[in-house]
Every structure is written in structure tokens, then in C-alpha cells.
Design a binder for this molecule. Structure first.
Ligand code: SF4
Length: 87
């Protein structure tokens, strides 16, 4: 799931701050549909909250990322149209 999948009313909260563009963040959706940004850095370092209050303006753990390497944006590739096999 990526930022573009966030409910539009909630999206503005997540479009500000550092977490949405950070390598360590991952969007989590609860069984009731609530959406949270999880900080994976919290599993390595207890100084970081698992669910940091948004928006985060400054963070010593911030690691810039691009969409291709962002773990929260990982999506399975669709099957190849010609062969039906995963790409
Ligand atoms: S390391 Fe900092 S900027 Fe990155 S996801 Fe965690 S709290 Fe957000």
C-alpha cells in the first residue's frame, strides 16, 4: 500500500512531514479501516515510536527513499499480458 491508497480525507495528514518519504515508514491499515504510518526504525531503536504522531517535522532517523526502494510501497507485479507469468 502506498500513500496514494490512503483515504483522501486522511491523505493530507500523511502528505506532510517526513515519514511518507522515509525509507523506514510503512502504511498500516487496521481491520476497522483506520490508517497509520508505522516506523520500522522502532524495531531497531527504542528511541523511535512505533506509530509516530503525524506530521513529523524533524527526525534523526529520516532516510530519504524513492518509490522503488520504499518497503511500504512494495506491490506484487501484475502477470505478463502475453505469458500470464509473473514479471
Ligand atoms: S525514522 Fe523518523 S521520519 Fe522515518 S518513519 Fe521513523 S519517525 Fe518517520
Amino acid at each position: 500500500m502506498s500513500l496514494s491508497d490512503v483515504t483522501p480525507g486522511v491523505q493530507s495528514i500523511y502528505s506532510r512531514g517526513l515519514c511518507p518519504g522515509c525509507h523506514w515508514s510503512r502504511l498500516v491499515v487496521s481491520g476497522r479501516g483506520s490508517q497509520f504510518l508505522l516506523c520500522n526504525k522502532a524495531f531497531q531503536d527504542p528511541r523511535f515510536p512505533k506509530y509516530p504522531p503525524q506530521p513529523v517535522a524533524m527526525c534523526s532517523g529520516y532516510l530519504v527513499t524513492d518509490a522503488e526502494s520504499h518497503p511500504g510501497d512494495a506491490q506484487p507485479s501484475p502477470p505478463d499480458q502475453a505469458t500470464g507469468e509473473a514479471r
